[in-house]
Design a protein around this ligand. Structure first.
Ligand code: BGC
Length: 684
């Protein structure tokens, strides 16, 4: 290990007993405050058995820290941590929603703002960002991801790491916190979209579709990584030496801390991979897993295993070095307490609330807008549905620390904007139905086989359609939904995700035309649940789907997604012209240049996301039929025209561990269904 804290770490390490060293590997939950009595807690502190605690409350934590520094011999501060995924008191849009902005810079800003609030509550380590690639909307945790595409997800992950940690990963200052790339690896590919389930991935998929976003987080400086609950190809990730030691540490040069997921070390036994708890501990240590979250196996077994020679003290020392380095990096060694006054100044500031609004309006995706039903201007609105005035379920799944009362609902926001809301449906010009999912219908342990709008909501919409008024369906949800059964009843569909504190303001401004929708999907939406998993970058088959019966498709569903990756409508009209591929041949060190003119010929200012894709003409093994290689976000005033030159590094179309030479078709346009503009030859 070679870092600026070496000397201090070595000095401290040499003064620690083996029990104190083992104690550093132990992560406990906030339940210790309720489950243990004072003498039990004091005993653990005295023996140095508490390394980190998942809990955020400055008063309670400061009190415990004070005791820890009095009672323990080594006087190493406890690291307080937690899941800050999309905000703390101010809730930002869920990460999947925010990725629909295609603005990594926005994710940087919201992560930085979340770190400001989180550190005011004493948290110095968040378990975010999630870097899992997701293509199965049955999996509830897609909400926490940046979608199905590796390039876009990589950019978002890197931005979030920097937002949480700040500019110097070795001095993560008082308003920033350590980030954690999770869940390493492949948790988003669990079979059947079922949480905690097994994962099987080919080497090509792993190297070129699944690993890149994790690697991007490491390259951005993330100081910690969390292992995934799942196995990959038969080895549970938490004890996976190839992934953790060989790939992450040796090949990628990661010098930080690896933490297990919640109890996942013990679950290596339940997986039937390890024969017993002792085997799990040996496997974990041999895989260089540093911190055991919640299972207590490390504190129970390491000492004996070192005594009987099954593990070496050097292995433990290396682990403790990395944990101490983390504690130095987040500066708790010198500043172990949280300034309790920060709760008055750093929480829900006007800037943070404004940022939450920015993020909301950029995350919303307009899916359908027949007869220009939206925006609703000078029309009488009948507002109905379960989420018109529900503050709590605007938040999404990771929102435990939010002050729900400060959230703005759609009803509140429309009322303050003087929209004309009528109480008799017969008097209205348009119906707005706010439907979707609750916070609990998304997130962890919320896999579903049916991802349609809940049946009762569909029935209500069908009843409303009998009034022959246009219906605008506003969908509050944490995952893509299968909308084939209900879309025909609606003239407009606005997918608003779980947007958090300023949800109502953002939604209302888009509904009434104060803001032009511009978000574009980062997960494909199926027509029916049974199409999952569905993603644009699927591998080409020998019988691509077409009208012919014997091709790769379902006989009871249209071919392809209902709304493709990259799709999103606007109130204005964006025209593409003069799309020119300026590069014909490249090598690995070159860029591809594409020039595009985009013109806003409609009546609303907006931002357009120009997308570029490639498709390798043939490859061994086969590559996906299309892959995103670049995107550009362009602000356009009414009537404005801009010519953009996209500069795309050749590495964006290259695959790892393969001969990349050959011909690539290049596509450019508004979404992943865009057309071909030319061909490039790549040579080594
Ligand atoms: C989740 C992690 C989370 C951890 C701690 C687990 O169940 O999978 O993503 O960070 O709990 O809350």
């Amino acid at each position: 290990m070679n870092n600026r804290y070496n000397e201090k770490i070595e000095k401290l390490l040499s003064s620690m007993t083996i029990d104190e060293k083992i104690g550093q590997t132990n992560m406990l939950g906030g339940s210790i405050y309720t489950e243990l009595d004072t003498s039990q807690i004091d005993g653990m502190l005295r023996d140095g058995l508490v390394g980190s605690i998942m809990y955020m409350c400055p008063q309670t934590n400061n009190k415990l820290q004070r005791k820890n520094l009095q009672l323990s011999k080594s006087k190493i501060p406890i690291l307080f941590c937690g899941d800050i995924i999309h905000g703390v008191r101010t809730i930002f849009p869920i990460p999947l929603a925010e990725s629909c902005s295609w603005l990594p810079q926005l994710a940087y800003e919201t992560s930085k703002a979340a770190a400001l609030e989180g550190t005011a509550l004493g948290c110095k380590w968040t378990f975010a960002p999630m870097a899992d690639i997701v293509c199965d909307a049955r999996w509830g945790r897609v909400m926490e991801s940046s979608g199905e595409d590796k390039l876009l997800a990589s950019d978002f992950v890197a931005a979030r790491v920097k937002g949480f940690q700040g500019t110097d990963r070795n001095n993560i200052d008082s308003t920033h916190m350590a980030s954690c790339i999770k869940h390493f690896t492949g948790y988003g590919s669990s079979e059947g979209g079922r949480d905690y389930n097994s994962v099987t991935l080919s080497k090509q998929q792993l190297d070129n579709r699944i690993l890149p976003p994790y690697k991007s987080g490491i390259d951005a400086g993330a100081v910690t990584v969390m292992t995934a609950f799942n196995d990959i190809n038969g080895t549970p990730c938490t004890v996976n030496n190839i992934l953790l030691d060989e790939t992450l540490r040796k090949s990628w040069g990661f010098d930080g801390v690896i933490v297990s997921d919640y109890n996942s070390l013990k679950e290596a036994v339940i997986h039937k991979y390890c024969s017993d708890d002792v085997d799990a501990v040996i496997s974990g240590i041999n895989a260089t897993l540093d911190i055991d979250m919640m299972s207590k196996l490390y504190i129970t077994h390491i000492k004996q295993l070192i005594d009987n020679g099954k593990l070496s003290i050097n292995q433990l020392d290396d682990i403790v070095r990395r944990i101490l380095l983390l504690k130095y990096r987040v500066e708790i060694m010198d500043n172990p307490y949280t300034d309790e006054t920060l709760q008055n100044t750093n929480i829900a500031t006007p800037q943070t609330l404004e940022l939450a609004y920015e993020s909301c309006v950029n995350s919303i995706v307009l899916l359908k807008n027949d007869n220009r039903t939206l925006p609703i201007v000078n029309k009488k609105i009948y507002l109905t549905g379960p989420f018109t005035d529900d503050k709590r379920n605007l938040n999404g799944n990771w929102s435990y620390y939010n002050n729900v009362e400060q959230n703005i609902t759609v009803k509140q926001a429309l009322s303050t904007r003087n929209a004309e809301l009528v109480s008799n449906i017969n008097d209205c010009d348009v119906i707005i139905y706010c439907g979707g999912h609750t916070n609990e219908q998304c997130g962890e342990a919320a896999s579903m086989v049916n991802i349609e709008l809940p049946h009762i909501q569909q029935q209500e919409i069908i009843e409303l359609s009998k009034y022959n008024k246009p219906i605008v369906l506003v969908i509050n949800a944490g995952r893509p939904l299968a909308l084939a059964s209900i879309a025909d009843y609606c003239s407009g569909i606005l997918f608003t995700w779980h947007l958090g504190t300023r949800a109502g303001d953002g939604i209302a401004d888009i509904l009434i035309g104060n803001y032009c929708p511009r978000g574009k999907l980062t997960m494909s939406f199926p027509h029916y649940s049974g199409q999952c998993p569905i993603y644009y970058s699927e591998i080409t088959t020998g019988r691509p789907a077409n009208a012919d019966k014997y091709t790769s498709k379902y006989i009871d569903s249209p071919i392809g997604p209902m709304y493709p990756f990259g799709y999103g409508l606007s109130y204005t009209k964006i025209e593409y012209s003069n799309i020119t591929l300026k590069t014909n041949s490249i090598t690995a060190k070159d860029n591809i240049y594409i020039s595009v003119t985009v013109k806003n010929s409609g009546k609303y200012a907006t931002r357009e996301i120009i997308q570029a894709y490639c498709s390798k003409q043939f490859n061994k093994p086969i590559r996906p039929k299309k892959e995103l290689i670049g995107y550009e976000s362009v602000e356009l005033q009414i009537g404005e025209s801009k010519t953009i030159t996209m500069e795309i590094p050749a590495c964006n179309l290259m695959y790892k561990h393969q001969d990349n030479s050959g011909k690539y078709d290049i596509y450019v346009g508004k979404d992943s269904n865009c057309g071909i503009i030319g061909t490039i030859t790549f040579s080594n």
